[in-house]
Design a binder for this molecule. Structure first.
Ligand SMILES: [Zn+2]
Length: 343
């Protein structure tokens, strides 16, 4: 099925969702699946020895063995601040994890920027990602950085192909009273988006806020057990670190907000997943890109295969049932290109 058939569907959709997996960041050099914990082991043999993980890593020659090693790493990781810090530092050094960089923007694929704009402009009502990298967020940050430079004016962004995109101020911000007793002069502009990664993020959501569902979290977020992530931005990561006290709850320390290391590997927290499924059940179309549908993706695939109108854009169909979905052979870049005329 050609990609062109998807576009009219999106134009007529009342409530569309875009679900993005690791495949969309592959061109940035982000490792897929167990490659990441395996690569981490390769560069940190002493740490693996110290946590009795080295033998498991060394003999991980099959997918099942990689999973065994990863599960053991997860267990050790949960109670070891040393491992947590080492992973964060190691990931920070990966060029792909630097995210959007204005100096090399033209050399980076701008697929993530296009997906963000398609969501901000309402082509998609929901944006969901399982990616640990924060390329989507760093592009959102870039859009807001541009918007803050000219308050109340439309924001202009240029895509790599030279096309200029305009985004209305009202699509990016809503006006909030500074506090309930203030007058209209005391309005402040609040960004319209926020992240849902864990159960504690759910009650914070207001009707005006568009959540970016980051259902597998990210090691780049730091979180306190009592409040939601306090350090969402990589730009601020140097100011707070793993093991530091939470600024709001000094008796609790900050840990990486990563769902991978939770009870199950690559599984969304239960309440987050339930809330998201309720939203997905109201959508008239779901577009999926960058998911093989196997391994950790299975729980997502089974829900989306039962949705009446799911479209998969992927280089291959993977484990997806062709009878349950509309399959389009293509990459994240192909999808972004097809979306850009709608922006
Ligand atoms: Zn806290």
């Amino acid at each position: 099925m050609p990609l062109e058939e998807l576009i009219p569907q999106l134009e007529f959709a009342q409530n569309a969702a875009l679900l993005l997996g690791a495949g969309i960041s592959y061109d940035w050099g982000i490792p897929i699946g167990y490659r990441l914990p395996m690569n981490f082991g390769k560069h940190n043999p002493k740490l693996l020895h110290k946590h009795h993980l080295y033998d498991l890593w060394e003999t991980a020659n099959t997918r099942a063995a990689e999973e065994r090693y990863t599960k053991a790493l997860v267990n050790a990781f949960r109670s070891s601040e040393v491992l947590q810090s080492a992973l964060l530092q190691w990931m920070n050094k990966q060029p792909a994890m630097l995210g959007y960089n204005p100096e090399i923007k033209s050399k980076q694929p701008d697929d993530h920027l296009i997906f963000d704009i398609a969501w901000l402009k309402g082509i998609f009502n929901h944006l969901i990602t399982t990616n640990w990298d924060f390329i989507l967020e760093s592009y959102l940050y870039y859009i807001y950085w541009e918007a803050y430079a000219n308050p109340f004016m439309p924001t202009h962004l240029q895509l790599n192909n030279g096309v200029e995109i305009e985004i209305d101020y009202a699509l990016l911000f809503f006006n909030d009273l500074l506090n309930e007793t203030e007058t209209e002069d005391e309005l402040m502009s609040t960004p319209r988006w926020d992240i849902i990664a864990r159960d504690v993020d759910l009650p914070r959501q207001k009707a005006e806020l568009h959540p970016l569902w980051k259902i597998h979290g990210s090691p780049f977020f730091l979180a306190c057990p009592l409040c939601s992530g306090v350090n969402r931005w990589k730009l601020e990561i140097d100011k707070l670190d793993i093991g530091d006290p939470c600024p709001s709850h000094p008796d609790h320390t900050l840990g990486p907000e990563i769902v991978f290391w939770d009870e199950q590997i690559d599984h969304a927290p239960r309440q987050v997943w339930e809330a998201l499924q309720a939203e997905l059940s109201k959508t008239d179309i779901v577009v999926v890109c960058g998911f093989s549908g196997s391994g950790g993706d299975e729980y997502i695939r089974s829900v989306l295969e039962s949705h009446p109108n799911t479209w998969l854009v992927n280089p291959d169909i993977g484990a997806w049932n062709p009878k349950s979905i509309n399959y389009i052979k293509g990459t994240g870049t192909d999808l972004a290109k097809a979306l850009s005329p709608l922006l």
